[in-house]
Design a protein around this ligand. Structure first.
Ligand code: GDP
Length: 289
């Protein structure tokens, strides 16, 4: 994450000699702008960020330190979208979460990772519902994951997604589960049929949260699809998968700033423990070195 930004930016900033003068600041701002655009950050976000960093640096007295602090503060502000942070439990269990995302985004893997984290770290009783019957291999994939992490699963290739969801919710009520994670259908691209199915499942399950799993590697596309899922389904949080493989940081800024949905977790690898809470300060400190 932010690799592009880190390398080019750090090099350039390192070469600038700040002597309390505006020329150095202008140079630093120009370098920052270049690095942000290269990292796939939307030009509107870049413009806003540059204006604020310039103002704050001047207010604090021009220097490398004040410049870097203004940048750090502004990045954290942008990355902290309004809404819940991390995983929030419903006041009355079970907490029902819809897991949504396009095919290949990492939705099924992330469902397993979240279940694993809730079981291991929070000591919760977790149930997964395999309601992605669009891609039948997804059910088998979830079976293997559930077995591997020791979490219960409701799955039936011959049932409809609605039936699977109903069965899972009933089982959760009857057997006092804390959390139900519903893995929903994906598609290669957004289409009406998918949105209708998701809206139906949402109305049926009345989830406490709707998470959208976005592939960080898809850059601006991830921002655009997150926006569509927000408009059509009403997502309440985003999990950025494949963050380990991403080299363009703009996607996190774009989702927080443009879409306005809080980032909850980041996927940092293919294994079950590879899920981390999204902490803006941690992300920006990687950038700032
Ligand atoms: P789905 O179609 O959205 O359910 O996608 P999958 O869960 O099957 O994931 C697609 C591919 O992405 C698989 O090969 C996963 O191992 C991989 N993947 C998922 N999350 C991550 C991640 O955080 N980092 C990396 N490097 N790979 C991931």
């Amino acid at each position: 994450m932010f690799d592009t930004l880190t390398d080019s930016f750090k090099n350039a900033i390192g070469k600038i000699r700040f002597h309390d003068d505006e020329k150095a600041l202008k140079k630093a701002l120009a370098e920052l702008k270049k690095a942000l655009l290269k990292s796939d950050v939307h030009h509107k976000v870049v413009k806003e960020l540059i204006v604020t960093v310039e103002k704050e640096t001047k207010a604090a007295g021009i220097g490398k330190e004040s410049f870097m602090k203004a940048l750090q503060d502004e990045l954290v502000r942008i990355l902290t979208a309004k809404g819940n942070q991390g995983f929030v439990f419903a006041s009355r269990p079970p907490t029902v979460v819809l897991m949504t995302g396009l095919q290949g985004s990492g939705k099924t893997t992330t469902t397993g990772k979240l279940a694993y984290m809730l079981k291991e770290q929070k000591k919760k009783k977790v149930l997964i519902a395999a309601a992605d019957l669009q891609r039948l291999a997804a059910v088998e994939q979830l079976r293997q994951i559930a077995e591997q992490i020791g979490v219960d699963l409701v799955a039936d290739e011959n049932a409809t997604p609605d039936e699977v969801v109903k069965r899972a919710l009933k089982k959760a009520e009857d057997e006092l589960y804390d959390v139900v994670l519903i893995d929903t259908a994906g598609r290669l691209a957004i289409d009406e049929e998918l949105m209708e199915e998701l809206a139906r499942i949402r109305d049926l399950a009345q989830p406490d949260e709707i998470f959208y799993v976005a592939d960080a590697m898809t850059g601006m596309d991830a921002v655009r699809t997150a926006q569509t899922f927000k408009d059509k389904i009403g997502i309440t949080g985003v999990i950025l998968s494949k963050f380990d493989a991403d080299s363009k940081g703009g996607v996190a800024l774009g989702i927080a700033h443009q879409v306005g949905v809080p980032l909850r977790f980041i996927g940092s690898g293919e294994k079950m423990p590879d899920l981390e809470p999204f902490i803006p300060e941690r992300i920006t400190s990687r950038l700032m070195g």
